[in-house]
Each structure stands twice: as C-alpha cells, then as structure tokens.
Design a protein around this ligand. Sequence first.
Ligand SMILES: C[S@@+](CC[C@H](N)C(=O)[O-])C[C@H]1O[C@@H](n2cnc3c(N)ncnc32)[C@H](O)[C@@H]1O
Length: 211
Amino acid sequence: MITEPHVNDYINSLSGDLPPYLDRLEQYALEAHVPIIRKEAQSFLCFLIREYNPSRILEIGTAVGFSAQLMAEASKGTVTTIEKVEMRLKEARKNLKCSPNADRITLIEGDALSVLKELEGPYDFIFLDAAKGQYMNFLKEIMRLLPVGGHLLTDNVLQEGSLAGSKFAVERRDRTIHMRMREYLYTITHSDRLDTVILPVGDGMALSRKI
Ligand SMILES: C[S@@+](CC[C@H](N)C(=O)[O-])C[C@H]1O[C@@H](n2cnc3c(N)ncnc32)[C@H](O)[C@@H]1O
C-alpha cells in the first residue's frame, strides 16, 4: 500500500455505499482473488465520471465487470469494455448480462492490442486497467481514440510504491514491468499532447487530459 493502511481505512469509511449487486461482486472478487479497482480508487473514479460526464467510456481490462458497472452507475453514457482472458470473460459475460445497466455496457472479447485498432472513437473517458507491462503498447491507439479535452485514467501506476524505489530492490521478474511502467509514466508526463498528474490513490493513478 502506498498510504498507511489506517489512512486508507479512514478514507474508505467515509465513502458512500455501493449498490448491493456491486457490493456482492466486490466481495466475490476479493474472495476469488480477482484484481479489481481498490475501494479508495473507486470513489475517485466515480467522482471523475460524475464531474466530466463522458458520453462514451472505454475500459481496457474488464476482469469480471466490476468497474465497468461502477462507471455505468456513475454516468449516463455508454461503457465499452475489453477483456481477453476466457476465465474472466466467463464471469464478465454473466455479470454484465444481468447488470441493471446492461443496455449501456458492451463487452468486447479479445486482446486490446488488436481490438483497439478496430475501434472507432471518440471515447471521451478511457480507463486503462490491463496488463501493466503493455501500457506503452496501447498508447498510440488510445491517443487516436481520445478527443482533445478527453480524459485518460491509468490504474496501478505506482506498483505498491515499489516503482519509486531502486530497481535492485524488486524481484528480477518485476524489473521489466517496472522499466516499462516508468517509460509509460515518463511519456505521458512529458507529452505535449497530454496534461498528466500522478496521484498516490489506490495503487497509484495517472490522470491525463488530451490537449
Ligand atoms: C486489474 S484487472 C481489471 C479490473 C477491472 N477494471 C475492475 O476494476 O473491475 C485487469 C484485466 O485486464 C485483462 N487484460 C490484460 N491484458 C489485456 C489485454 N491485452 N487485452 C484485454 N484484456 C487484458 C486481464 O485479463 C484482467 O482481467
């Protein structure tokens, strides 16, 4: 955790309740070790969606459909979400089919690397929450799909805070992911087409606006 656990607990104790169906899905995900957006990041995501009021949202990384439904609850627009792993898709299909907002959520099955190339924009809010080592590879298509003034929210950018430490302090297998994430963060903070802020919310989030 980036922030002290008791600080997170306190912040979370102040956030509003989820609708019961999302509460149940969150419990399921936690018990089944499905990685979904953290509690403290959920409030931030919903706040942004309410504030920006996007008409077309794109999510890269559905898992079981928790954040897709959360975003649909917070917005009046549509949510398109991409997932490639069959085990996750099985649950996502089921959950999204009986979602109260099913008519506004579209699940696209496939690898985002190829799916993104086929999509027609614009998507005025993009939530990037897939394989952390691939973020750089998604960026070109994200920039094509995002209109000027649109927002990109990237999750898990600080990797429990370890990204800010020495590369020798992390396991060898994590060094490549760290290297790629650092390249991604450097790119989005130094691009003249994006205005970006990195926040220690949840596992670290980067909020960018296309300029
Ligand atoms: C952290 S989980 C997403 C959690 C979800 N956004 C939520 O908060 O409820 C990341 C998901 O991205 C999927 N994923 C990773 N790389 C992908 C890719 N290239 N294309 C599509 N899905 C991908 C994984 O299978 C995994 O289910």
